[in-house]
Design a protein around this ligand. Sequence first.
Ligand code: MG
Length: 303
Amino acid sequence: MAREPIYEIDDPRFAHLIVGSARLEELYSGCRWAEGPVWFSDANQLVWSDIPNQRMLRWTPEGGVSVFRQPSSFANGHTRDRQGRLISCEHGTRRVTRTEIDGSIRTLAESFDGRRLNSPNDVVVRSDGTIWFTDPTYGILSDYEGYRAEPEQEGRNVYRLDPETGELAAVATDFNQPNGLAFSPDETILYVADSGASHDDALPRHIRAFDVVDGRLANGRVFATIDKGIPDGIRTDTAGNLWSSAGDGVHCFAPDGVRIGKIFVPQTVANLTFGGPRRNRLFIAATTSLYAIYVTATGAQVP
Ligand code: MG
């Protein structure tokens, strides 16, 4: 019997990033909307969000899946800072938090210009410690992934937060729905997904690239467009390739913006991250399930 292909190779460069014999493994199923995977190399564990179920889950190779935090304030995207502390976007409280080493949760940002944020969605930390996050309205559109509310912000912005001073700056204000974000390995480029097409086909389904200059964004341009579904979470590898969530799986783009291949996933993909001891295992949050697949690429994000 013919096997369903799990890869689409659009460019020979992609053939060097995948393991031909590797298979997509389903590690867990039972989420309502899986999001925000973050790898803890020191604990050999993956943590991710199940947004509508108000919980965060943990997977380890030895122990399988357990509850990491519940209730989770409808947490969505996560990352870790340079000290290894968990940084989280919460829809329910409309804030960005840091989980301290003692387990307490501290608010880092909840308002801009004296008005509440919409619903922080995804977050990355730069090597200088600054925290960059997106603030679309998904978490306040209904009571399913947060609490329904009218936006107080005029825009759906991308922000840079200095956690030392608390200074919050809007670094991009012209997105429809900014979503996943990732730095190039040398941090000279910030990629940001615009998933506006989630609710209106005429709106963007692309990833923009910006030059990062003195903590600001410049020279914004469309880097890539997703041909199936929308871009949500994105990551880069150490060679500068960009791996994006999409409706039919994971799409991989070379640094020149050419889509070089796809990994097909049976459910809509919301987010992904590289993990495992060698950061060569792609963990994929896809609707009800968490999947994983080994690749030859190495994730760029730290720690
Ligand atoms: Mg997202």
